[in-house]
Design a protein around this ligand. Structure first.
Ligand SMILES: [Ca+2]
Length: 215
């Protein structure tokens, strides 16, 4: 019991200290892992074409102003070769910039995904984060130039986390030309989900205190 109590406190302290930073999915360990993340990996669908509608998975709803496909298994990325051999992912149009909007079922303080894209000169994506009032929180640009020899199946993980109290992501947009995405992840939710968790942690402290009193 004492060890568990220490682990909970350590996790909460780590959460408070993490601050804002660019992240990869592998470094999501610095986020509050006590709550489940929202994850869409598109592994359970095959070639679902969406044109003017939306696709939902893992607590996220994907919409775009141009067609996209959920559960794509291979995608021609021009100079970047064929992407995603052996995996299932989301792809969208390679003709001009497209904005993919992702609405979250719950507020989040961080998002990340693996991506690749069509040939240059558009060698990156723009990520925009919005709060529950649809107010823009942040605009981030990420450069990625996987082109040429050896670029087949190249991809990079990009994301952002800010665990300050009033930073709540309700929706985000990924803009780019011929983008493929996989393992879209929205980090755990300190508010409002943190409240019952904090209460349960406090309850645990109370339980420990009571046990000590009885001993
Ligand atoms: Ca996948």
């Amino acid at each position: 019991m004492k060890t568990l109590h220490k682990a909970l406190v350590a996790t909460l302290l780590a959460t408070a200290a993490a601050g804002a930073q660019a992240v990869t999915i592998s470094s999501f360990g610095s986020l509050p892992m006590l709550y489940p993340h929202l994850v869409a990996n598109f592994n359970s669908v095959s070639g679902v074409a969406v044109n003017g509608g939306s696709y939902s998975e893992g607590g996220m709803t994907f919409t775009a102003d141009q067609p996209f496909t959920a559960g794509q298994n291979a995608f021609d990325l021009g100079d970047n070769g064929t992407w995603g051999l052996g995996k299932s992912f989301l792809s969208y149009d390679a003709i001009g910039n497209t904005t993919l909007s992702v609405t979250l079922d719950r507020l989040s303080r961080g998002v990340a995904f693996e991506y690749s894209l069509w040939e240059g000169p558009n060698t990156g994506i723009t990520l925009k984060l919005y709060d529950q009032n649809n107010t823009l929180l942040q605009t981030l640009n990420n450069s990625f130039s996987p082109f040429g020899v050896g670029a087949e199946n190249a991809g990079v993980v990009f994301g952002w986390v800010n665990d300050t109290a009033d930073y709540n992501i309700a929706r985000f947009e990924v803009m780019g030309d011929g983008v493929v995405l996989d393992d879209v992840t929205a980090a755990a939710v300190p508010v409002p989900a943190a409240l019952p968790l904090l209460l349960s942690a406090l309850g645990l402290l109370g339980f420990v205190a009571r046990r000590r009193k009885q001993a």
